[in-house]
Write a protein that binds this ligand. Structure first.
Ligand SMILES: [Zn+2]
Length: 233
């Protein structure tokens, strides 16, 4: 999980919400026309660098026919209500996140993750809170955890981000191992320079030319930040 800074809501979405308010009609999320929902989805994905708000796996916009609700579309990416939806918050842009399909297709509930696993539970950890994100750590085997018990329960139990049979932990480990071997290739057994570490950190915290962040970048950012903080010649 990484920090998400919300942008302004897209114009078409704001217009939809305002139009419904004016008409004294309580707009519901599911009443949103497919073109507005698509613009909303694009906006959420953009501010998240096309990563799931919870597990940091890649999600994208390719499947446009979401209104048809084909199984495939449902699985690839979803719009999640961070606080379970009610009439007050269902159209609150700050409450909306783009998330992955959560391993929902043909998998048992115990191996599902992210919003699919979370269901209507309320999280204590919030990706829009920098302090919360600073409380997240990673182990070399890819495990995500927090010393804060409530946050750790969210990561493990509510979102199921360390499921042994799931691939998230393994993918985080692979991302970290790839970074470590890239550093090793350049510096062998010498210490990487501070300049190199900072440049690499900047790469993983910035959007690329496609507007994307790298999948599982959270574990890489933590690794590089620790290396920078402990750096000495
Ligand atoms: Zn996810």
């Amino acid at each position: 999980m990484i920090y998400i800074k919300k942008n302004s809501p897209p114009k078409k979405f704001v217009e939809f919400v305002q139009k419904n308010k004016k008409a004294h009609f309580k707009a519901h999320f599911d009443d949103m026309p497919s073109d507005v929902k698509q613009i909303l989805r694009e906006s959420l994905l953009k501010e998240q660098g096309y990563l799931c708000a919870y597990c940091m796996s890649r999600i994208n916009i390719e499947d446009k026919n979401t209104e048809q609700n084909t199984t495939k579309n449902k699985i690839l990416n979803k719009i999640e209500h961070y606080v379970p939806r009610n009439s007050e918050n269902e159209l609150d842009y700050k409450n909306l996140l783009a998330v992955c399909g959560g391993n929902s297709f043909g998998n048992e509930e115990k191996h599902q993750h992210c919003d699919t696993k979370k269901g209507n539970k309320t999280l204590k950890i919030n990706p829009q809170n920098k302090y919360h994100i600073s409380q997240i750590s990673y182990k070399p085997d890819g495990t995500i955890y927090s010393k804060n018990k409530e946050f750790d329960d969210d990561l493990n139990k509510v979102l199921n981000l360390n499921d042994d049979e799931g691939c998230l932990k393994q993918r985080r480990k692979e991302a970290l191992d790839t970074l470590k071997s890239e550093i090793h290739k350049i510096y062998k057994d010498k210490t990487a320079t501070l300049n190199f570490l900072k440049k690499t950190l900047n790469f993983y915290t910035s959007l690329n030319e496609k507007g994307e962040l790298q999948p599982y970048c959270g574990i890489l950012i933590e690794y590089l930040e620790k290396k920078i903080n402990n750096w000495h010649k």
